[in-house]
Structure formats: C-alpha cells, structure tokens
Design a protein around this ligand. Sequence first.
Ligand SMILES: Cc1cc2nc3c(=O)[nH]c(=O)nc-3n(C[C@H](O)[C@H](O)[C@H](O)COP(=O)(O)OP(=O)(O)OC[C@H]3O[C@@H](n4cnc5c(N)ncnc54)[C@H](O)[C@@H]3O)c2cc1C
Length: 471
Amino acid sequence: MTASRSPQDSSRRQLATALASIVGEDNILTESEDLQTWGQDWTRFYSPDPLGIVFPRSVEQVAQLVQYAKNNRLPLVPSGGRTGLSGGAVAMRQELVVSFDKLNKIKSFNETDQTVVVEAGVVTARLQEFAREKSLYYPVDFASSGSSQIGGNIATNAGGIKVLRYGLTRDQVVGLKVVIGTGDILELNRGLIKNATGYDLRHLFIGSEGTLGFIMEATIKLTVPPPPLAVALLAVPDMAHTINLLTTFRRRVTLSAFEFFSDAALTHVVEQSSLSPPFAKRADFYVLLEFERRSEQDMTGAESAFESCAESGWVTDGLLSHTEQQRRDFWQYRERISESIAPFTPYKHDVSVVPSAIPDFLASVDALVAKEYPDFQKIWFGHIGDGNLHLNILKPDTWSVADFRQECERVNDKMLKLVQSYKGSISAEHGIGLLKKSGLHYTRTASEIALMKSLKQVFDPEGVMNPGKLV
Ligand SMILES: Cc1cc2nc3c(=O)[nH]c(=O)nc-3n(C[C@H](O)[C@H](O)[C@H](O)COP(=O)(O)OP(=O)(O)OC[C@H]3O[C@@H](n4cnc5c(N)ncnc54)[C@H](O)[C@@H]3O)c2cc1C
C-alpha cells in the first residue's frame, strides 16, 4: 500500500534534504523525545513544539543554515545549555532549533594577552577549569555553570555570584565571531583592549538573546586567580539590614560576593539535601558574604565588622569559614536554592535597583507580595550586593501550571510598576525571552524599544533569528 503524499510531506522532505546537505544527516534530530528536550529551557510554562534540531559543526554551516532560513522564512532558535530562565531558547512554533552542543572546542590560548578563544558551545564550568589549568581565573560563576554554555552566557549577559568583584559576562568578552541574520559573518573587536573606532558592535550581541544572530566564538579575557577566600554566614533578623552589612563589611574587607536568602529558602535546601541548618536558632534572613583573605588582618577585619553589626542589632549570629572546605560548605546553602525549589514550578522575579535603594525597595516589594500573594509561598534570595533580587513565588500543589501563571501575571504589572518607580530593571540577569517580554516597557522607554526593533531589522531583515523573543 502506498501512502498518499501531501504537499506538506513533500516540503518537509525538501527541508530535511536541504538541512542534511548542510549539517549531515547525523546532526539532525526529529524524534518527539528530542523535540521536548531541545525545545525548552528551564522555564516550565511553555509547551515545546520545534520542527527539529540541528547540530552544526562549523561557522560556515551556520552561515549556510541562516542563508537557507532567510530564503525559506524558516525561524531559527539558538540553543545553548538550555538553563535559561526566561524562555529565550524555547521553540514552540515549529522553529528549527540550532544547538551549539557540537561546537564546543577551546580553540586557542594566548598567555601574553591572557585570552582564550572558545566556541559558543563550551560549557561555562569547562572554561573555568581551563583557566585554572593555566593558573588563571574565569570569574563568571553561578549554580548552572555546569550546564550553561558561553554562547548562552553571552546572549543573556549572565551575571552570577561574582559580579560585585569582577563584573558581568560583558566585562570578560574582548572579541566575538557572529553570524548575523543576513548570513554574514562578522569578527568584532578581535581581542583588542583598546579600539576607539566607533560603535562597538560586540556589545550589541551581548544580551541580544539570539535575536540579531548566532554567537559562534568568543575571545574571553582571563584574570589572575583570587587570593584565598573566606565566607561569613550571618543570621539577619530584618532584610532591611542587609545593606548596612554590605557597607560595614566593605569598609574592612574586599568582598567578592554578597548574597542573601530567606529562612523559607533555607528550609527547602535543608529538606532536599543532607545539609543541617547552620544555626541552632533560625533567623528570618541570612547573608552569605565572601571576602579576600590575603592576611590574618582580613579575618580580624571581618570579625570586627561582625561585632559592629551585632552591636547595632543587624545580625543575631554568624559563622566564619576557617578552611577551604568550610567555605565551600557554606556556599551550599545558597547554591542549592534554585534546584531545591524547582519542583514547585516557581514564578521568578529577577529584578534590580541600585544597591543603595535596596532597603526601601525590599520593604515595598514585601508589602506588595504579602497583599497580592497571601496564599503562595514566597522565597527570597539574590545577589543583593549588586542590587539584584530573585523573588520566587511557588506553585501550590492544588493549582494547575496555567492558572498559577495567570495569577502571577495578574500581579506582574504591579510588581514591575514598582520596579519602574525605583528606576530599576525588570530583568537583572535572566533576560527577557518570552516570559518578560510584555514587561519590557517598564524598564525601556518607547524610543529605546523602537530603536531596538530598528536594530533587529538591520541585523535580521527577514526576522528569522529567534522570532517573538525580546522585542
Ligand atoms: C539553577 C540555576 C541558577 C542560575 N543562576 C543564574 C545566575 O546566578 N545568574 C545568571 O545570570 N543566570 C543564572 N541562571 C540562568 C542561566 O543559567 C543563564 O541565563 C545562562 O547564561 C544561560 O545559558 P545557556 O547556555 O543555558 O543558554 P540557553 O538557555 O540555551 O539560552 C539562553 C538565550 O541565549 C540564546 N543563545 C544560546 N546560545 C546562543 C548562541 N550561541 N548564539 C546566540 N544566542 C544564543 C538562546 O536563544 C536564548 O535566548 C541560572 C539558571 C539555573 C537553572
């Protein structure tokens, strides 16, 4: 029996042949399990429905894919480690997912320049490891660095726990090779430290979420390894005090991280792991701060900062790491939060204000969520030293994902308006993607959004690059 062939079947076959001629049959996946896996990131609010997944192995193949997509109006979704939290790598409208999993080589290292050239699919932790092997340091770090890729980090301008000391991903990138939506290949800045030749297009791609083109390779600046580090874990009765702690400790030690989390966050971590609570008497909030321990004077400085905070009533208890193992153990309380709440399909607010506005801002957010989400559990944590708050609203078991999301979005406008009133950002480090798109205007003006759209039009005239995301 011969099956009748529809025009749709035939165009699918043509597509499959074209893609196979570019990347090879072995580098295409279309099984439904694979579509589910590669069609989504860490957000769980969307149903993936990609057309297929391709795994290119060279810049030229990606340029050909873009040419083909442009000529055939085939939407493309760049896909990195899929740890994104805004739906940027989600494909749910028959897009072709372009995965960087097979473009994962560390291409070269220059000891004099202290730079490394990596393909976009290199996993963040692999770059950290490579830097260590060269007695250098790659400072961008966060709980998902074992899975996220450099291309994804650049496309989202990822932040993490060391921003206070070393800056964002943007601050580490000295060169980029990209394939833009026209199919052209651009080499931007080429590793130069100084380059005063007009618009720095490299920075347009950092944080562009795959909407202008594909990041193919990056030249990354490494730095000298930090001196030995120590961590203080502090019990804090009121989150408004966190910024007093930041100011007090900063006077006495060089901070490399300053994080906070709520007791509810700690409870989830303890429940989902073998860790015991750090203090006999629980506090409402905790601050984890890390500082450079160049000499014993730094430890004395931290101790005296702690005493001064205790006298002021800003901390009720504290622990100081004296060994590297203790330092790592203390970090576990903070680093395991995202994973321990993931089963509750959290609705994530990733917002920022200038650090000095934090006490007022936290109080306003607290008042808002207490009123608007009385029945939902709220988990507070964040990189508070750089003004970044992660507020996670957990889905009760009895709610469906769709109803829960709708209810969270009802409050979203009020939350984002509040952020706007503090001149803050509605997405500090997770990007806009699909999830935050409707709120972009709370941080970007109409003129800015119009300019962003014009730029997209220049770099991606046919609109094939991650359509529907960001702008
Ligand atoms: C447990 C956990 C903790 C996290 N902590 C932090 C944190 O502290 N700080 C932080 O900033 N983020 C954090 N994240 C979010 C996430 O890890 C970052 O956004 C990361 O940079 C995403 O990288 P990825 O490779 O997984 O990108 P993906 O999720 O695959 O993609 C992200 C975006 O980049 C685009 N993209 C991917 N690769 C390319 C490419 N080669 N060219 C062009 N566009 C591309 C995608 O289309 C998408 O828009 C966390 C996530 C989890 C799950």
